[in-house]
Design a protein around this ligand. Structure first.
Ligand code: G6P
Length: 596
């Protein structure tokens, strides 16, 4: 996500802020900027899109910007393309106030309408800019900066961490947060504000996270609370910088897996409809294109979508689709799924679909990416930047988006109740995922044995099958253990010749009508000496000879690939740990494959 740093002290602020932004870069960003309180009550701002090197060049390393207090930001676009005019800090027209913001303001549209109606002009497409004008309006009306900030956050809905400076208060920095992280750091004659510990770790190890909605006022001499609140309680950070970047987790992949409950809750409820309602009711078929895990999202969506909507769904690996002239029906919807929005094959397949007259919806994580720009319509999964090469949280967010898509089509075609059932099912996913995470010890025990093997097989039927494909891909990607996934009925048509004593077979059985069938497959491999690891739904009775079991919390049956995928992600992570491999940087793999 975006990063915030703020400073007030005795050193020149600009170079320090720029350095801090460098330490936030690992979080992923697409533009950056700083604003400094210069002499004479001026705010000097410098912003640039793209890499930090461009910002450094533009403001000459900060050397020419006078002032010892300021704020800085790395932006990862959510509202408005990743261009300079959308980069933070945002300033009001009169240059009286500058703001950096992480999070999403849900009611920005109505606030923007209100402010525009009063003559305020906007210079960005961000949700953040409304905050600047609300603050400027309050100050112009005679409020103190602290009062202006209190009034303003009272108008905001959503999540935020804010760093604010006012031209009328030299040396002073304000901060406030709701759900998004924000820390105050205490140094010797200097104070810091940061969204993340690594930004300030070289300067101080004393940090305090203010409670939600507590406004903090920083000067070089310390922190005060302009309104009643709990006294600051600073703690000492004992992590090193690398561990701090990972939020204390051993790897980014582990951190990102733990973000899934929050991410899926967000994707399930935020953002606009995936399709305009007029179109949702007219869809005659859906064709998915994607690569790797994004392809698996389409496969899972097909099982779910056809059942729910009755509309035929096809799924293509993008690199195949681009050279395979499949007939596209009139009003067929093509859905391009891509975390990065830059995968070359998916982009080429999208262009091919458009050339043939299809309406293309993309489900993308990176705002402003090429696939997003070239689609007729885009839905952003807003999973935050994903650092680990093997996708985890973005995969889950994509799956949620696809469930939402079919809920919309079902609502348009079959009535509100059908779609509503899916949405209420999705509301249970975050808790289900949390319970899977809590059960990690059981997965670790399985991983301990599986890690000794040379190859493993995943079997499942119906919606379990695409989840198995994803589980097998995860295991291959980060643990280098040879793995394959099969529909449980298909293994015996050839591949069972590879199942000998001790070979792990991971069976996923969450679909009530098919559990018996999958268990027959389990019996077949067990009879040949396989070690069976059964992953099933807590409400299903599954009698089978197994080496170990893992029980998933029960949610809507068609949504079970979500908790199953998380269990498989943990399994891959644990096997990689057993094999002493770095899960974040698997050999030969790239996060975004931008060549054919
Ligand atoms: C690479 C990544 C995979 C990802 C695939 C598609 O192979 O390593 O994790 O699933 O690309 O990427 P995309 O950005 O289009 O979702």
């Amino acid at each position: 996500m975006c990063g915030i740093i703020g400073y007030t002290g005795v050193r020149p602020a600009a170079p320090l802020l720029l350095e801090g932004l460098g330490r936030l870069a690992y979080r992923g960003y697409d533009s950056a900027g700083i604003a400094v309180l210069a002499d004479g009550g001026r705010i000097v701002r410098c912003r640039a899109e793209g890499k930090l090197a461009r910002l450094l060049e533009k403001c000459q390393g900060g050397a020419e910007i006078p002032g010892t207090a300021g704020i800085g930001h790395t932006r990862w676009a959510t509202h408005g393309a990743p261009l300079e005019h959308n980069a933070h800090p945002h300033l009001d027209g009169g240059g009286r106030v500058a703001v950096v913001h992480n999070g999403i303001i849900e009611n920005w549209r109505e606030l923007r309408r209100e402010l525009a109606g009063e003559g305020y002009t906007f210079s960005s497409e961000t949700d953040t800019e409304v905050i600047v004008h609300l603050l400027a309006r309050a100050v112009a009306a005679g409020r103190t900066p602290a009062e202006a900030l209190r009034d303003t956050v009272g108008r905001l809905r959503g999540t935020y961490a804010l760093g604010v400076i006012f031209a009328c208060e030299p040396e002073v920095l304000y901060g406030v947060r709701r759900e998004s992280p924000l820390l105050v750091g205490r140094g010797d004659g200097e104070m810091f504000l940061a969204s993340d510990i690594p930004a300030i770790l070289p300067y101080t190890r004393l940090v305090w996270e203010p409670p939600t909605d507590t406004i903090v006022r920083l000067t070089p001499r310390g922190v005060t609370l302009p309104f009643p609140g709990d006294a600051p309680a600073f703690r000492e950070v004992t992590w090193d910088a690398a561990a701090a970047e990972r939020g204390g987790y051993a790897s980014f992949m582990e951190k990102e897996i733990h973000e899934i409950p929050q991410v899926v809750a967000h994707t399930a409820t935020e953002g606009e409809a995936l399709l305009p309602p007029s179109l949702a009711g007219n869809v005659t078929g859906v064709t998915f294109i994607g690569c790797g895990s994004a392809y698996h999202v389409g496969l899972a969506g097909a099982y779910f979508g056809e059942k729910l909507t009755g509309v035929p769904v096809r799924v293509f690996v993008a690199s195949e689709f681009r050279y395979h002239p499949v007939p596209l029906a009139p009003r067929e919807l093509v859905v391009a799924v891509s975390q990065s929005g830059e995968t070359a094959d998916t982009l080429a397949a999208l262009r091919e679909a458009k050339r043939r007259g299809a309406y293309v919806l993309s489900v993308v994580n990176v705002v402003g990416s090429t696939i997003a720009r070239e689609s007729d319509r885009v839905f952003y999964t807003q999973a935050g930047p994903e650092i680990a090469v093997a996708t985890t949280k973005a995969f889950c967010a994509q799956l949620v988006a696809v469930y939402r898509l079919f809920a919309e089509i079902a609502t348009a075609k079959r009535g509100r109740a059908v779609g509503a059932e899916v949405l209420s099912g999705l509301a249970k996913v975050p808790d289900a995922v949390r319970r899977v995470l809590d059960g990690r010890e059981g997965i670790r025990r399985m991983a301990h044995r599986i890690a000794q093997a040379e190859s493993a097989f995943f079997i499942g039927r119906g919606a379990d099958y695409p989840a198995c494909l994803e589980g097998s891909l995860k295991l291959k990607e980060i643990s280098y253990l040879h793995a394959e996934a099969y529909p449980a009925g298909e293994l015996k048509h050839g591949t069972i010749s590879l199942v000998t004593a001790g070979v792990p077979v991971i069976a996923l059985a969450t679909q009530s009508a098919l559990v018996g069938k999958t268990l027959s497959g389990v019996e077949e491999v067990h009879a040949r000496g396989a070690e069976v690891y059964l992953i099933t739904d807590e409400t299903l009775t599954a009698d089978a000879p197994t080496a170990a079991r893992f029980v998933l919390p029960h949610i809507h049956e068609m949504l079970m690939p979500l908790p199953a995928a998380v269990a498989f992600e943990l399994l891959a992570l644990e096997v990689a740990a057993e094999r002493e491999l770095d899960p974040d940087m698997p050999r030969n793999l790239a996060k975004s494959v931008t060549v054919e």
